[in-house]
Design a binder for this molecule. Sequence first.
Ligand code: DX5
Ligand code: ZN
Length: 209
Amino acid sequence: MKTSISFLKSKYDRAEAIAKIMETDTDYIHVDMMDGIFVERSVLSISEVKDLLSNSKKLLDIHLMVAHPKNYINELAELNAKYITIHAEIQDDINELIDLIHSYGISAGIAINPESGVDSINDYLDNIEYVLIMGVDPGYGGQELKLESVKKIEELQSLREQYNYHYQISLDGGVNDKTRPLLNGLDIIVSGSYVCISDNYQEIINTLR
Ligand code: DX5
Ligand code: ZN
């Protein structure tokens, strides 16, 4: 299983947490961006992300918890991004945004909040490379995993098998040593506070894998 590490909640400041993640062998760095509209909190502006990560040698897994992702996509495409993920719950044209992400040669993801069913993204599944199941309500690190989210892993696996889709399945929020055994079906596991509040990031990443 691949790992993607979020520095949203850490005992170090952002730059230090990022430096510590860089020293590990994690596959991706998960970048949580919030606009104060789609979620009440506003975290990480485009320029802050560019300042922190423009030289990143690690691939980025950019999670846009924002109501209007277009400008974010255009601005962040210059970074070393593997995935840019938008939310299924936004009102903007999702197909257009997927095409925009693809136009930069970046893989497109859709995130679904705990209350959104897999059926809400049926129309996009054949055209995306990544599904991010939210294990918690977006906004904060360190929340408890909602168990209803776990069922979506199997649903997405069987749809992928049935229709020969090619997306990676990932879960974001509430991952720790207690919840990890429930998550064996994932391709990519996102973890924030469990890793970033620990003293040894690499050790925790090894246990997640
Ligand atoms: C929640 C973010 C998550 C969060 C995960 O709004 O999208 O990526 O940082 O943090 P943990 O792993 O602490 O739940
Ligand atoms: Zn996230």
